[in-house]
Design a protein around this ligand. Structure first.
Ligand SMILES: Cc1cc2nc3c(=O)[nH]c(=O)nc-3n(C[C@H](O)[C@H](O)[C@H](O)COP(=O)(O)OP(=O)(O)OC[C@H]3O[C@@H](n4cnc5c(N)ncnc54)[C@H](O)[C@@H]3O)c2cc1C
Ligand SMILES: *[C@@H]1O[C@H](CO)[C@@H](O)[C@H](O)[C@H]1NC(C)=O
Ligand SMILES: *[C@@H]1O[C@H](CO)[C@@H](O)[C@H](O)[C@H]1NC(C)=O
Ligand SMILES: *[C@@H]1O[C@H](CO)[C@@H](O)[C@H](O)[C@H]1NC(C)=O
Ligand SMILES: *[C@@H]1O[C@H](CO)[C@@H](O)[C@H](O)[C@H]1NC(C)=O
Ligand SMILES: *[C@@H]1O[C@H](CO)[C@@H](O)[C@H](O)[C@H]1NC(C)=O
Ligand SMILES: *[C@@H]1O[C@H](CO)[C@@H](O)[C@H](O)[C@H]1NC(C)=O
Ligand SMILES: *[C@@H]1O[C@H](CO)[C@@H](O)[C@H](O)[C@H]1NC(C)=O
Ligand SMILES: *[C@@H]1O[C@H](CO)[C@@H](O)[C@H](O)[C@H]1NC(C)=O
Length: 574
């Protein structure tokens, strides 16, 4: 490192931390709280240098992505670029710290606050290890444990609930571990057939490309930049292949894990089976660090797809909602054919953006949809329907959810979610439609739905996927679009609207169900039931066994209730 570079870093640390944390020893510090900069217990520069040696120079002092938008590092061109790209995933995904959820960015350093406002780390971890091996992960874990500092595991930063951020933390950044091994024939008592062994940083797009090149396909998310090995699969994972092949967690053959104690182990349905069970659906980041995952792959095949839309133009609002109701009532038939569909409704527009029908022809897709389109015709609703056919999954995916690598999903979102049970659709379809209509007409939430079914029989082995997923035919997502140019009180009002008006209205018509822990509100007060259901107690026991010192923490993770975030952002035992 040159002298100039050193000066740059040193002054950055000063700018970042001095005003907030240095010189204000906190009364809450002590064994019950994690250490923060400025505390007597915070590791010395020497300690950090020693850690850096252990990890062969892979320790990074983090600088938030948007520092180029603030003095003294302001760079107009780079800042303009970030401003344009901020609501898409790629710029965040490739950084060591950035998270996509604006609530957790908390405007501490973004491209929209004034140039003169200092760039602060806020919830972004202070140090990251750009991990490349079991050794790096184990070194980071033992440092965090011994020094009593907060630990974060970060892959792509997609998490909506703040689980890949953490004030004052050391982060294990797994995003650069991208190796993929295609296994033509994996053999075990519980599966024989093709598989992919994916390192911790492999994203959907990486896996789809590798599988495609080998005549295979794998279950992954609709957003191609979501990581497969981290939060997605560990949290359950739904995607366009799920109604035919199960959820992400249902595909797992092996986890290669570094435990909280720093030991490298393998978890399969037969070896360390409790950990296998918990990691497959019990939530990302809570039980250990996954170094890799080996998951089932499926023989590729032809795909048919469809997009359909109609608006309220020329018809009454009631007729428009009858059309929506007809679709929702038909969803169970759609998913039972092994089909997935992503759709949206607003107060005046219904759109199926992508329907995915494996191994089907265009004629089969039209036939599948015919009872529904007949109803639309009977109601006098004019619709647009386009049906496609592709020779493999990859081409189908790119056609509907490209361009690669990032896709087009916007991430300026505050989200809530709810799983809609099959039984609720069959017994109280109209009540659910009325609730959705209420949200469309009387709130500012944007609604997205995924028609999907999964069954425990589709899984490699029993796993911790929330049971409510198994009885659901729809997962619904309610998004408040974040406007970076409005004051904080507007965002607080949006949060209240989402949690006090939108979600309760949907909960009311889906009693006893739950929510997908990756696409739900971080402020859900009944998160234990909603995200983990009857599995919560068993998951807690497994967490205690594998993480006896509570090294792993993130909001709404199993066991997170033993911690509370204090006013200054410090993590303390509750
Ligand atoms: C635009 C967008 C689209 C999405 N689309 C879908 C979708 O189609 N289907 C779906 O199911 N979900 C979807 N999601 C949700 C997504 O699955 C979650 O955000 C998930 O947590 C992302 O995992 P990640 O590892 O990429 O992200 P990160 O934010 O980096 O990590 C998420 C969590 O996993 C933990 N973690 C990461 N890596 C590891 C590891 N190696 N070992 C242990 N813990 C780890 C982290 O600590 C954190 O708790 C979407 C999210 C966004 C923002
Ligand atoms: C760790 O060491 C590398 C290589 O010597 C260096 O580039 C990097 O800045 C160091 N990290 C920290 C936080 O000092
Ligand atoms: C965001 O920052 C405010 C102070 O500006 C703080 O009160 C709040 O707790 C922070 N929120 C999060 C989620 O970090
Ligand atoms: C992280 O490590 C990888 C190799 O594992 C390297 O290619 C990459 O440049 C590193 N990233 C940063 C920001 O240091
Ligand atoms: C179907 O294709 C036409 C022509 O490209 C387009 O105008 C229309 O919006 C498409 N409909 C849907 C539902 O995507
Ligand atoms: C696809 O469908 C055809 C005809 O319906 C059937 O013969 C074939 O086995 C199916 N292929 C797969 C991979 O399911
Ligand atoms: C919207 O709110 C108004 C006023 O409270 C109410 O009369 C109306 O029924 C609501 N709309 C729906 C669809 O519930
Ligand atoms: C139909 O719904 C739209 C959107 O909520 C609303 O603006 C319009 O007034 C409604 N039309 C009638 C006739 O109620
Ligand atoms: C965000 O808010 C600003 C200020 O109120 C407004 O000018 C702008 O149009 C809003 N942007 C969007 C995309 O709604």
């Amino acid at each position: 490192m040159t002298g100039t570079a050193h000066f740059y870093w040193a002054s950055f640390v000063l700018l970042l931390h001095l005003p907030n944390t240095f010189g204000t020893p906190s009364l809450t510090s002590g064994p019950s709280c994690r250490c923060m900069p400025g505390d007597a217990c915070w590791p010395s520069t020497q300690d950090w240098n020693q850690l850096n040696k252990t990890v062969e120079g892979r320790l990074m002092l983090n600088v938030p992505l948007a520092h180029v938008c603030h003095d003294p590092f302001y760079n107009q061109e780079e800042c303009e670029y970030l401003k344009e790209q901020w609501i898409l995933s790629p710029v965040h995904e490739t950084s060591s710290t950035s998270v996509m959820a604006p609530w957790f960015q908390n405007a501490s350093c973004d491209p929209f606050t004034p140039r003169q406002q200092p760039c602060e780390l806020g919830n972004y971890p202070i140090y990251s290890i750009n991990v490349s091996s079991a050794h790096d992960v184990a070194a980071g874990l033992s440092f965090a444990r011994e020094m009593n500092i907060r630990l974060v595991v970060r892959n792509t930063g997609h998490d909506f609930l703040g689980k890949s951020a953490g004030k004052g933390a050391l982060s294990l950044w797994t995003g650069n571990m991208k190796s993929i091994e295609v296994i033509k024939s994996y053999e075990s008592t519980y599966y024989s057939g093709p598989a992919l062994k994916m390192a911790a940083g492999v994203r959907g797009v990486d896996a789809y490309e590798a599988a495609n090149a080998n005549g295979l396909m794998v279950v992954g998310g609709s957003c191609p930049s979501v990581g497969l090995v981290g939060g997605y699969t560990q949290g359950g994972g739904h995607g366009m292949l799920s109604s035919s092949f199960g959820m992400g967690a249902d595909q797992v053959l092996e986890w290669e894990v570094i435990t909280a104690e720093g030991k490298r182990i393998v978890a399969t349905p037969e070896e360390n089976a409790d950990l296998y069970w918990a990691l497959s659906g019990g939530g990302g980041g809570a039980y250990g660090v996954a170094l890799s995952m080996t998951a089932r792959a499926h023989e590729d095949r032809k795909f048919s797809g469809a997009a359909l839309s109609f608006s309220s133009a020329g018809i009454t609002n009631d007729t428009f909602w009858e059309g929506f109701s007809a679709w929702q009532a038909y969803v169970p038939k759609v998913v039972d054919a092994g089909v997935n569909a992503g759709y949206q409704v607003t107060s005046s527009l219904f759109t199926i953006q992508v329907l995915t029908y494996p191994n089907a022809t265009s004629t089969q897709t039209r036939t599948l949809l015919k009872p529904f389109t007949d109803t639309l015709e009977r109601l006098g609703i004019t619709y647009s329907l386009n049906v496609t056919s592709h020779s493999n999954y990859f081409d189908h995916f790119v056609y509907y959810l490209g361009p690669l690598p990032g896709g087009e999903y916007e991430v300026n979102s505050l989200v809530g979610g709810r799983l809609i049970p099959r039984e609720a659709v069959s017994k109280s379809n109209e009540e659910i439609v009325n609730a959705i209509r209420f949200v469309a007409e009387n709130t500012s939430a944007v609604m997205d739905f995924f028609a999907i079914k999964s069954h425990p029989d589709m899984a490699v082995a029993p796993n911790a996927v929330l049971p409510a997923w198994r009885s659901a035919v729809i997962t619904s997502i309610y998004t408040m679009k974040w406007n970076f140019s409005v004051p904080r009180n507007v965002h607080l009002a949006q949060l209240d609207e989402l949690n006090d008006i939108v979600i309760p209205r949907i909960d009311e018509v889906t009693p006893g169900s739950g929510a997908y822990l990756n696409e739900a509100s971080f402020a859900d007060e009944t998160w234990k039931w909603d995200f983990y259901g009857v599995n919560y107690d068993e998951l807690t026991q497994i967490k205690k066994k594998w993480d006896p010192n509570d090294v792993f923490y993130g909001p709404t993770m199993v066991g997170s209730d033993v911690w509370a975030v204090a006013g200054d952002g410090r993590l303390c035992r509750a």
